[in-house]
Design a protein around this ligand. Structure first.
Ligand code: HEC
Ligand code: HEC
Ligand code: HEC
Ligand code: HEC
Ligand code: HEC
Ligand code: HEC
Ligand code: HEC
Length: 365
């Protein structure tokens, strides 16, 4: 009985929506910009492109199981069969499911079932299963070509929730819904919102321009005034694939390889995630990190990366460091306190001193 009422309610809702659409109420804010999926030259059947009033599966009467509800048009494997039926001439919706099926991914296929229509994020209950659905990051009803996050709620870097018509420059506000203050954040993940706080000692320039005035390794067109987004680093390893952090063969959903293990020979490929924006020659020529030991031997980037075979990850956080300049945040599985029990990084003026033990070498005694 309840299910029946729900269907009646839903069909009424659809009729009202159709009516509203025909009156263009839903487009009033953007006058000429028609949401991508409401554009009949793109999605021929309108609402029927995704919903079937009488036979829908799952709570939203979607045509397919919810995790597959976008596959009909965004999965290269399925797409061909329905192309002429559902998709407007010359339109070519991007294949996203091939990315989602890669080894490191947003677990859309396995966890969409935990998404609830109208839910409020971040999660406040530690026992709630983690999930990621296409519709957590895209509102299929209102998104446009220019603004793929339109109509979503986000969380700002300061921690407040806001509903707004987000621009792509605010992509991170979507991510903080699940990678910030979530009570169910996995133990091995840090709160990303806190890692990118502009009040931190250092950070990659996602929320604000960076703090350093000289970053000699930056490759053009990047400058110290540039800002970057999460998906500049997180995305498919196939650079022709749909943009966005859907899935990749490189974990964790990285566009380029990044090795974090110790004692391995340096190569461009090993640290490609960094070298793509930071010139390898500059880094290995010690243009920034250049110190000498008590015997006046060079002990900068080159020595550590090439000779001592340490990964960038042994010293640097990829996101931000609340405590230290230069994105320093030691990998504690390699770097431990020195014999005086001190583990610290001090960078004042041009003088850098490390207090630690690494590869059995005491520093800062
Ligand atoms: C591109 C696919 C797509 C199109 C086209 C589409 N929808 Fe939806 N709709 C969805 C998805 C996905 C959800 C579930 C969203 C969620 O759970 O957060 C949804 C949810 C809904 C809901 C809420 C149902 C519930 O679970 O309570 C209503 C009502 C609705 N759609 C009506 C419409 C109407 C009316 C149209 C046509 C104007 C339309 N939709 C077109 C994908 C679509
Ligand atoms: C009935 C086919 C169809 C379904 C189902 C569908 N889409 Fe689309 N989608 C399209 C078309 C067509 C485009 C525009 C492609 C173009 O402009 O060449 C598009 C574009 C997009 C874009 C990019 C916006 C733009 O204008 O470039 C996003 C994001 C998107 N879809 C997300 C989704 C999500 C999320 C779902 C599932 C809830 C979904 N789509 C389901 C047909 C569909
Ligand atoms: C609705 C929740 C949700 C949103 C929003 C979300 N994610 Fe995720 N993300 C997940 C879940 C669930 C996983 C699987 C691992 C986990 O539980 O964290 C994941 C995994 C990841 C991983 C791989 C982590 C690993 O250790 O393998 C990266 C990288 C990532 N997300 C980046 C992003 C970025 C960038 C954004 C914003 C564009 C974002 N996520 C938005 C839920 C979300
Ligand atoms: C400059 C490149 C870069 C940017 C920008 C970036 N990441 Fe990452 N991220 C990485 C790399 C490299 C790793 C793997 C090494 C590590 O954990 O530091 C990673 C790891 C992760 C992980 C999994 C491990 C963990 O610490 O939880 C998540 C989740 C994640 N990033 C989310 C995000 C989100 C969300 C944003 C934007 C708000 C973002 N990243 C911006 C490069 C980046
Ligand atoms: C964790 C958040 C997240 C999830 C989950 C997610 N997307 Fe995206 N998606 C993004 C981001 C971020 C972008 C990049 C937007 C940009 O920068 O243009 C994007 C871009 C897209 C695009 C446009 C790609 C292009 O090259 O123009 C499509 C289409 C799309 N997503 C569809 C989907 C579909 C379908 C699903 C589910 C299978 C999905 N997304 C799941 C975050 C997400
Ligand atoms: C042994 C620790 C250590 C390792 C390993 C390390 N760095 Fe650094 N890095 C530093 C220190 C210390 C600074 C600050 C130097 C300064 O400001 O004078 C720095 C500064 C930087 C800077 C900012 C200045 C510039 O050169 O543009 C970048 C970028 C950088 N490192 C990238 C990398 C990359 C990429 C790797 C791996 C290929 C790496 N680092 C490995 C310690 C390290
Ligand atoms: C998408 C481009 C991009 C990628 C990829 C990237 N960086 Fe950066 N990085 C920047 C920019 C831009 C700055 C300049 C910020 C500033 O002006 O302080 C920067 C600054 C830095 C700094 C100096 C930050 C400070 O405040 O002292 C370090 C260290 C650094 N990056 C290390 C890395 C490492 C390690 C990787 C690989 C995991 C990496 N970067 C990948 C763009 C990138």
């Amino acid at each position: 009985m309840e299910a029946c009422l729900k269907k009646i309610f839903f069909i009424t809702a659809i009729i009202l929506f159709f009516f509203a659409f025909s009156l263009s109420i839903f487009r009033a804010d953007a006058l000429s910009i028609v949401p991508t999926h409401a554009d009949r030259t793109k999605v021929k059947k309108g609402c029927g492109g995704c919903h079937i009033p009488h036979k829908g599966k799952g709570p939203s009467l979607l045509e397919k199981e919810r995790e597959m509800s976008c596959a009909k048009c965004h999965d290269a494997v399925i797409e061909k069969k329905v192309k002429t039926d559902d998709i407007g001439d010359g339109k070519n919706p991007k294949d996203v499911y091939t990315s989602i099926r890669k080894s490191s991914n947003h677990p859309v296929l396995t966890t969409t079932k935990y998404h609830k229509f109208g839910e409020v994020l971040p999660e406040t209950d530690i026992t709630t299963p983690r999930h990621a659905a296409c519709f957590d990051c895209h509102n299929a009803h209102v998104l446009t070509t220019d603004d793929k996050f339109k109509g979503l709620e986000g969380v700002t870097v300061a921690g407040s929730k806001k509903i707004k018509r987000m621009k792509i420059s605010n992509e991170s506000e979507i991510c903080y819904k699940c990678h910030g203050d979530s009570a169910n954040l996995p133990a091995n993940q840090k709160n990303k919102r806190l890692e990118f706080l502009p009040a931190n000692a250092s950070y990659h320039p996602v929320e604000d321009v960076g703090k350093r005035t000289t970053v000699p390794s930056l490759r053009k067109p990047l400058t110290i005034s540039s800002t970057i987004t999460c998906s500049d680093c997180h995305g498919d390893d196939d650079q022709q694939a749909a943009k966005g952090p859907h899935g990749s063969n490189f974990a964790p959903i990285l566009r380029y390889n990044y090795a974090t293990d110790d004692n391995q020979p340096e190569s461009y490929y090993r640290y490609e995630s960094c070298y793509r924006c930071h010139d390898r020659n500059s880094i290995l020529a010690d243009e920034s990190f250049k110190v000498t030991n008590s015997s006046a031997q060079l002990r900068g980037h080159n020595y550590h990366i090439v000779t001592a075979k340490t990964s960038c990850y042994a010293c640097h956080n990829s996101h931000g460091s609340a405590r230290y300049k230069d994105l320093i945040d030691f990998d504690k599985t390699i770097v431990v306190p020195n014999q005086n029990g001190r583990l610290d990084y001090v960078h004042e003026g041009n003088v850098i001193t490390c207090y630690l033990k690494c590869h059995n070498k005491q520093h800062g005694l």
